[in-house]
Design a protein around this ligand. Sequence first.
Ligand SMILES: C[S@@+](CC[C@H](N)C(=O)[O-])C[C@H]1O[C@@H](n2cnc3c(N)ncnc32)[C@H](O)[C@@H]1O
Length: 208
Amino acid sequence: MTEEIRNGYEQADWQKHYDDNDLAWDLGEVAQPFVRLWEDNVLQPGTLIVPGCGQGHEVIYFAERGFRVTGVDYSPGAVKLLGESLKHKDLNAQVLHRDFFELETAHDQGYDAMLEQTFFCAIRPDQRPAYVETVSRILKSGGLLFGLFYETGEEGGPPFNTTEADIRNHFSGAFDIERLEKCSFSSEKRKDKEWLAVLRKKPENQTG
Ligand SMILES: C[S@@+](CC[C@H](N)C(=O)[O-])C[C@H]1O[C@@H](n2cnc3c(N)ncnc32)[C@H](O)[C@@H]1O
């Protein structure tokens, strides 16, 4: 096991993928489960944040549907690609060049929803409590965390394996689990390996 795999990625490791145009994780389009959630009226337009957004296919998809979207990524390569796509499409969305875990307090309770797509598996497992803390901080009470969690079934990472138990253990304190199921319409290479989750932030006085 290489040092990189044992320790996860630093910002420079991600940026190198953008420098080398090596974006193996990128589906090249919005992930179909998000299209389903939208078409099934699970989601209503509002403020939406997408951490670790990469090229931001989801940012674009939801900006086109009337959401006020904020994409966050700490790799300049991702920010540049998404900025160019938005400009090309003449679309409005905010793109922040930031470490998700260091979002300023101005973002606190600022979002109706957060979209998860290959970000939870991209961070080191020891950063997962900080993920839960940050999403709990920036969502409004009753806000939704929805997305896809990647069960790679493999050791090391990124991507780091995420099981159903991991999701329940990390999120059930601060979130009600409204939906958690193996996704039946994942992309071919993630078939049977994604958990589709719809989690609702509990009111502050009900967290435990
Ligand atoms: C596996 S890629 C996924 C990109 C995108 N979500 C997708 O599915 O195409 C992970 C992304 O998260 C970004 N990232 C990793 N850690 C981050 C952090 N702490 N704050 C912000 N972005 C981060 C990386 O720069 C990279 O663009």
